[in-house]
Write a protein that binds this ligand. Structure first.
Ligand SMILES: Cc1cc2nc3c(=O)[nH]c(=O)nc-3n(C[C@H](O)[C@H](O)[C@H](O)COP(=O)(O)OP(=O)(O)OC[C@H]3O[C@@H](n4cnc5c(N)ncnc54)[C@H](O)[C@@H]3O)c2cc1C
Ligand SMILES: Cc1cc2nc3c(=O)[nH]c(=O)nc-3n(C[C@H](O)[C@H](O)[C@H](O)COP(=O)(O)O)c2cc1C
Length: 590
């Protein structure tokens, strides 16, 4: 039977009805047709529209279960898990979304079908909330997964050496544990929308049973859990006006941190304290001109505009070099790849270094093929709508450094620091983070650890708790280099101490004395008081540097528990892990 004529001529319909039904059913999958069969049968059973139609012969069959697990830090994988769930439900599955944080690894072998969506963080590490389950899956005690069908969608960023490492390792591991890969893995870069959507569609087809066993499917109309609980904020970029642009560091500081106040043209999108804004930057015009010159493309104004606003003209990954070789056939650059030294060579270098080191005449098409779309950068929102209305504030540290004798500038942060002023327009969109939220109960105490720009979301937290007259106490740990030059929002914290919206602040200025002092040292000094707050139910938040600070703070808290409560190392670790599992230890680190 062809797809264009599913219904036999003997079906109890007129020609026109049969044509309509064939047109509608022609593009459905076996699972969707089974769903419809079940749905119509359900209507009959309920005495609905089709009550007089004959009952189907086969017994009811449950919708096919599908478990979607995600390992996410900043919400992308979680959002995609929600997308899978929605589409899966539409196509007749009974989906269940599970955060790696809550994953029962021992029970994984009971699953029939698994969709795994995993991001990579740190330098090839799992997202913080996924560490426990990831360790269990990789460990010797992992269960066999024979009989489980699976597919992995990996999220990452090609600018990292360990691109999509966690997705790759999980994909290998599931196979090694006996699971059957029914959908090849796709590794997504930051512009993952299209490849992820295509993968999801194909994965659901690959995971669908060849033909349903019965013709009646019980349908689960319940909403998914986890991934789609909060009302969705619009993800469309909007234009905002810069109404304040202030360097928070003193003129004698070696740092530059810009406080940016942005006004929305209409009502501000419904962001919550803890969310970030993604900012669409423009590249440095001087760098664009250098690239055009090195490529022999000076004078192409259309290309210049595209390179300014649309293409990532700094990131140099192994994939960029490969694309360069493919586009140009450059022999010397090919030898770099073949010599296996490409990973070492790209370290600290950018696209301009590649083009200048391996000169060749390029076309606009080459540059488009070699580069990826310019990704937006996330910044923690440093304000609460309850206090600032239709504005959003950001705290952006300018990134400047020198590698291979060339001064480098962070694309977005230096765009904001050097080329944006009051009155300028920027494009932004909200990036929600429901795993970094104030306690639901306003009477709950909070402890906030936010050195450097990590303080940004805590300005939002304090504003929110002041505006809503939350009775819980707020304790801030702040740190930076020098008290006199780098005390971000110092006056505001003093006012907050005076009006009671900050119960206490402990500061660590690392370079004001011969020995370095950091926030984790203050945590250790204040461990008795801190543990007493946590025993009283306080929530603990960390924001800022992921590489060192967040790990050191966690380690300090484990040591604090051990010391104050007389626990051994394992019990103290379990106490902190317990805080994480109960969502009382939350972090937003980068
Ligand atoms: C959820 C989230 C919230 C964030 N919140 C904030 C915030 O509130 N404030 C804030 O300032 N930032 C924040 N960030 C970081 C921000 O998104 C950008 O990553 C940061 O501003 C740098 O972007 P850029 O475009 O200026 O630099 P890019 O052009 O992206 O360059 C940064 C890259 O340069 C390289 N690099 C940097 N320094 C050196 C060095 N010394 N030596 C060698 N290489 C180096 C590294 O590869 C680094 O990844 C946040 C990030 C996330 C994910
Ligand atoms: C601090 C930081 C470290 C990252 N490290 C890696 C990495 O080592 N490898 C990689 O492929 N991607 C890395 N990424 C990119 C993320 O995997 C990517 O942004 C992904 O879309 C995040 O998904 P999530 O929102 O579900 O956590 C990193 C991103 C950040 C901000």
């Amino acid at each position: 039977m062809s797809r264009s004529a599913l219904l036999p001529r003997t079906a109890p319909f007129g020609d026109a009805e049969r044509a309509h039904l064939d047109a509608a059913l022609g593009s459905t999958t076996a699972l969707q047709r089974a769903w419809l069969a079940g749905f119509l049968a359900g209507l009959d059973a309920a005495g609905g529209a089709a009550a007089e139609a004959p009952a189907p012969a086969a017994p009811p069959r449950a919708a096919e279960p599908l478990t979607i697990v995600f390992a996410s830090e900043s919400g992308n994988s979680e959002k995609l898990a929600g997308d899978v769930s929605k589409l899966a439900r539409k196509t007749g599955f009974k989906p269940k979304v599970v955060d790696f944080a809550d994953l029962d690894v021992a029970a994984l072998g009971k699953e029939k079908r698994l969709v795994v969506i995993a991001a990579t963080w740190g330098e090839g590490e799992p997202p913080a909330r996924a560490v426990r389950a990831y360790g269990e899956i990789m460990g010797d005690g992992a269960p066999r997964l024979d009989g489980v069908e699976f597919g992995v969608l990996a999220l990452g960023d090609t600018s990292y050496a360990e691109f999509c490492a966690i997705g790759k390792r999980l994909d290998d591991r599931f196979e090694a544990l006996g699971a059957k890969r029914v959908m090849p893995r796709v590794d997504c870069d930051l512009d993952f929308d299209k490849p992820a959507a295509a993968w999801i569609k194909d994965a659901l087809k690959a995971l669908a049973p060849a033909e349903p066993a019965g013709n009646v499917v019980a349908v689960d109309f319940a909403r998914g859990t986890g991934a789609d609980e909060e009302a969705e904020v619009s993800r469309e970029p909007v234009v905002v006006e810069v109404i304040e642009h202030v360097n928070l560091n003193s003129s004698r500081s070696d740092k530059e941190t810009i406080h940016l106040a942005l006004a929305f043209e209409d009502a501000a999108p419904a962001y919550e304290p803890g969310d970030s804004l993604e900012l669409y930057p423009e590249n440095d015009p001087a760098l664009v001109d250098q690239i055009l010159k090195a490529a022999g493309l000076e004078g192409d104004s259309v290309l210049r505009q595209a390179l300014l606003a649309e293409r990532d003209i700094t990131t140099l990954s192994a994939a960029t070099v490969e694309r360069f070789v493919k586009a140009t056939g450059h022999e010397e650059a090919r030898r770099l790849i073949e010599s296996n030294e490409v990973r070492a060579w790209i370290e600290g270098r950018h696209l301009i270094d590649l083009i200048e080191t391996y000169p060749t005449k390029l076309t606009a098409q080459h540059l488009s093929d070699i580069t990826r779309p310019l990704p937006p950068r996330a910044y923690s929102i440093a304000s609460s709508r309850a206090e600032v209305g239709d504005e959003a504030h950001l705290t952006i540290a300018a990134v400047r450094y020198t590698t291979h004798d060339r001064a480098r500038a962070g694309v977005a942060s230096v765009h904001v620091a050097d080329r944006i002023r009051t009155g300028a327009k920027l494009r932004v969109r909200v990036k929600p983070n429901k795993h970094f939220r104030l306690p639901a109960n306003p009477a709950t105490d909070i402890v906030m650890v936010g050195p450097g720009t990590g303080v940004a979301p805590f300005r939002a937290f304090v504003q929110e708790r002041r505006a809503t007259e939350a009775s819980g106490r707020n304790w801030l740990f702040f740190g930076d280099r020098h008290f006199t030059h780098d005390f971000l929002y110092q006056l505001e914290w003093q006012e907050a101490l005076e009006d009671g919206s900050l119960a206490r602040i402990d500061v660590a200025f690392s370079r004001d004395q011969p020995e370095k002092i950091y926030v984790q040292d203050r945590i250790w000094e204040q461990r008795r008081e801190l543990v007493s707050w946590l025993d009283g139910g306080a929530h603990f938040y960390v924001c800022g540097d992921a590489k060192a600070m967040a790990k050191d703070v966690r380690a300090a808290l484990v040591r604090a528990f051990a010391d104050v409560k007389g626990l051994d190392a394992a019990a103290a670790e379990a106490a902190v892990a317990g805080l994480e599992r109960s969502h009382r230890y939350q972090q937003d680190v980068y």
